[in-house]
Design a protein. Structure first.
Length: 254
């Protein structure tokens, strides 16, 4: 995998060369950093630097990097998409120009869940698109019980939300009736209490109150380690460690 240069409008910063102190600070979604933490010691050994992991809500990891509060960001959507979302969430905050490089480190599957009492076990991509665009509103239309569908989703800056928007909804908008929360645990809590609910998360959930629904072809979202300026040997070794960490795993992008 090769690094790809991405020109972004960001807060004006004086330098593009980062000198690491004792720790290299990585900011990103809690679920991503939780998974990374399980391999943190081995990545530190290979990279030759200590890592300080900074959990942040979706999209804020990149903002930390751009403001100089982190040395790298771990994000689960392309940098350009996250930057556009940040511009909408923080109007006027992004100014100037700075080059960043995103290093691909893996893919995370997006998993769809329904309440444990729901008999529906499979859905097509078209079915999911119709649910989240509001074109279908009752489970009986999809082989389930005669009850209205309650759809849940994560915030627009979340990688799984972007993946569903881009892959399934294309040019359509997510229906206004979709209930949005900022963290996976909050979405899961809503679904556990809603027999007519559906949600999607970038994680494997071990919760008896919900069960996964097979959607084919699978939906995935990419993972990137993003750095300012050209990545050096340390950042490249960290990226290599992350590729091993995130190979064929599902993690929560909280």
């Amino acid at each position: 995998m090769h690094a790809r240069h991405v020109m972004l409008c960001v807060l004006s910063l004086a330098a593009t060369t980062i000198a690491f102190a004792d720790d290299l600070r990585i900011s990103g979604a809690p679920g991503l950093l939780d998974r990374m933490a399980s391999k943190k010691e081995s990545i530190e050994t290979e990279a030759g630097v200590r890592l300080a992991l900074k959990p942040q809500p979706a999209g804020e990891g990149l903002f930390d990097l751009l403001q100089g509060r982190a040395d790298a960001a771990l994000i689960d959507s392309p940098t350009e998409a996250v930057a556009r979302g940040l511009s909408l969430a923080k109007p006027g905050a992004i100014k100037g120009a700075l080059e960043v490089v995103q290093l691909p480190v893996g893919q995370v599957p997006v998993t769809f869940y329904v309440h444990a009492s729901n008999p529906v076990k499979t859905l097509s991509r078209e079915d999911v698109a119709r649910i989240y665009s509001g074109k279908v509103s009752n489970w009986k239309e999809l082989g389930g019980a005669d009850q209205p569908i309650k759809a849940f989703a994560l915030s627009p800056l979340n990688g799984s939300r972007m993946a569903v928007n881009d892959t399934l909804l294309a040019k359509e908008s997510m229906a206004a009736r979709v209930t949005t929360r900022g963290a996976s645990k909050d979405v899961l809590a809503l679904l556990a209490a809603a027999p007519n609910g559906i949600a999607f998360l970038s994680e494997s959930v071990g919760d008896a109150s919900v069960h996964p629904v097979a959607v084919e072809p699978a939906v995935t979202t990419p993972l990137y380690l993003v750095v300012r300026g050209e990545p050096g040997p340390v950042q490249k070794r960290i990226a290599d460690g992350l590729r091993q960490t995130f190979s064929a795993v599902s993690v929560a992008s909280k």
